[in-house]
Write a protein that binds this ligand. Structure first.
Ligand code: ZN
Length: 400
């Protein structure tokens, strides 16, 4: 989860020339108070004051807030949280302003953090805070999670509301964080608004596509969200140090392409990803998918070129591991979820969306946020670089 992954991704995106298809902007740095829209005051205060040097004075809080082991204390911890969270909240605000149709924040997607507890390397839940921002404008927001781990923090935050639907595809069974059973469907008003697809080791491109597209297609039809937050954790890729799926970069990105095809305003976030050289490959390719730009497999020279040897290619080979998800299991679980979704009250006045609007989409006018040093200097609303801002059409407008 080191910020280096994001630095490498940014460098590769820049060296492929993809920044020419986007606007880059500095989000306004969010205050600690803004984080307490979701998190408890005492937890945020604790994150503000804790340092490696004063840890021994906070033994009880470290335990209470689950900080110190899986979620270590390091110098600049709070600034780190503030930066990735500012990117996600700022991105949501840009979408609310109709300034852009897609925002990417590869530094975000820390989906495990709870109201008053860190979890799985996640301290502040930027996904939840960004969704809360989107709810200021949109009646319904969809959260989709393709990280190999269950998106438990986001699901929990919105478990009893029908204004946010969460949908997570994840490895389940003796695996962190342990939640995300197919029968966990939400509570009270939120019943049938939490969708979980539990999976076994070895998910490959074809199998993933065979369940992702029908489930998301049904959600779009029944729930008709005004905005989508897509968490693109790269630990579901083949060869991940913590993961056990077998997806190629293209298989992972197929999810991004499919979600984009609906033309609904989208906030795209990062997440897990523990084989360092593969994370920038995946997120750079997904940046190209989101901008509608084809990029070549041969990597351009970049500051971290030596990480990508010996092949120096964007795409990575998958392994010959067995897919432990049988077609029967996948079909059965898919049918279970489609059945749950058929019980969702259809939104009145919405037409059925088909996912076939790709050709109408205008990839221009996108924004990209980066966590840059000195982010609090100067006017945060002034773009630090931009190009190709000629088009003002947005797919969200096209969709009416
Ligand atoms: Zn993960």
């Amino acid at each position: 989860m080191k910020p280096h992954r994001v630095r490498m991704t940014h460098n590769l995106v820049v060296n492929y020339g993809l920044y020419r298809k986007m606007e880059v902007f500095r989000p306004r740095l969010v205050s600690p108070t803004a984080m307490t829209r979701f998190h408890s005051d005492d937890y945020i205060n604790f994150l503000k004051v804790i340092t490696p040097d004063n840890m021994q004075d906070y033994i009880r809080q470290l335990q209470r807030f689950n900080v110190g082991e899986d979620c270590p204390v390091f110098d600049g911890l709070f600034e780190f949280c503030q930066l990735y969270t500012s990117g996600s909240i700022g991105g949501a605000a840009r979408l609310n302003d109709n300034a852009v149709d897609i925002v990417i924040n590869w530094a975000g997607g820390l989906h495990h953090a709870k109201k008053a507890e860190a979890s799985g390397f996640c301290y502040v839940n930027d996904c939840v805070l960004a969704i809360l921002e989107l709810l200021k404008k949109h009646e319904r927001v969809l959260y989709i999670d393709i990280d190999i781990h269950h998106g438990d923090g986001v699901e929990e935050a919105f478990y009893s509301t029908n204004r946010v639907m969460t949908c997570s595809f994840h490895k389940f069974g003796e695996y962190f964080p342990g939640t995300g059973d197919v029968h966990d469907v939400g509570h009270a008003d939120g019943k049938n608004y939490s969708i979980n697809f539990p999976l076994n080791d070895g998910m490959d491109d074809k199998a993933y596509k065979s369940v992702f597209r029908p489930v998301i297609g049904k959600i779009m039809e029944m729930f008709a969200p005004g905005a989508i937050v897509l968490q693109c954790g790269a630990d579901s890729l083949s060869g991940d140090r913590l993961g056990c799926f077998n997806l190629s970069v293209k298989g992972h990105a197929d999810c991004v392409e499919y979600v984009r095809s609906f033309g609904v305003p989208m906030l795209v976030l990062g997440g897990g990803g523990y084989t360092l050289r593969n994370v920038p490959r995946c997120w750079t390719y997904e940046t190209s998918v989101l901008t509608g730009e084809e990029i070549k497999d041969e990597l351009p020279f970049n500051d971290y070129f030596e990480y990508f040897g010996p092949d120096y290619r964007l795409n990575l080979p998958v392994s010959n591991m067995e897919n432990l998800n049988s077609p029967e299991y996948l079909e059965k679980t898919k049918v279970q979820l489609l059945d749950i979704l058929s019980q969702v009250e259809p939104v009145p006045g919405t037409q059925i969306q088909t996912g076939q609007v790709e050709s109408q989409q205008n990839p221009r006018g996108m924004n990209m946020e980066v966590d840059m040093p000195g982010v609090d200097e100067g006017n945060p609303d002034v773009r630090i670089s931009s190009s190709d801002t000629g088009s003002k059409e947005h797919s969200s407008e096209l969709m009416g």
